[in-house]
Design a protein around this ligand. Sequence first.
Ligand SMILES: Nc1ncnc2c1ncn2[C@@H]1O[C@H](COP(=O)(O)OP(=O)(O)OP(=O)(O)O)[C@@H](O)[C@H]1O
Ligand SMILES: [Mg+2]
Length: 211
Amino acid sequence: MALVITVAQQKGGAGKTMIAANLAAFWATTRRVALLDIDPQRSLTRWHAVRGAASKPVVDVHLSDVAGWRMAAELDRLRDGHDIIIIDSPPQIETEAKLAIRAADLVLVPLQPSLPDLWAAEGTLKLALAERRKARVVLNRAPAKGALLTQILTQMAKGGAQMVEARLGNRAGMATAFARGLGVCESAPKSLAAAEIAALAAELERLLTNT
Ligand SMILES: Nc1ncnc2c1ncn2[C@@H]1O[C@H](COP(=O)(O)OP(=O)(O)OP(=O)(O)O)[C@@H](O)[C@H]1O
Ligand SMILES: [Mg+2]
């Protein structure tokens, strides 16, 4: 029976698709991973198409590209044959994103250290709480330190948001890998970015198994 991770954040450009792709590529060698792209922008689907056309063979990751209203049926279909299903959701909290949150064992909310990201994350976290879903914020494109980062972390803590310890920096290598249909663990396995993704994946696995 698959565990479902929904990557959700109503702020556009927070890193949902990037994180979904990188986690899937990381887990692909050891787990049966499926991606479910319900975002009409179809960025993850396009990443997957590039991956399929890549000259260097890479481990296959299943991707389903369905309209949000068909998500529940598709999830049921995918659950049996996979260990992990990662849903990439659209930025707005519309019905589809709500359904994706409802279906999740874990909601992962990427947050770039900026106030608009923080405000948007609050809405996503509220929704996860209303649906009684386990939710964690992951800092993305985060500097190692700085006044803004401290402010954001303080406000998150005040609001009671739970964060994963793993953080992702602003990594050009991730964007380069994405353009090639790869995860950074495949294109640059010894990089800091790959280590960050591995740490995030390990933490998520712990969260998913400690239910
Ligand atoms: N950790 C990172 N390091 C470098 N670039 C990043 C990182 N995370 C995201 N990006 C870049 O930021 C941009 C937005 O990322 P992404 O498309 O994953 O966001 P999104 O939340 O899925 O956006 P949308 O809401 O539009 O679907 C992309 O150009 C991506 O390459
Ligand atoms: Mg996206």
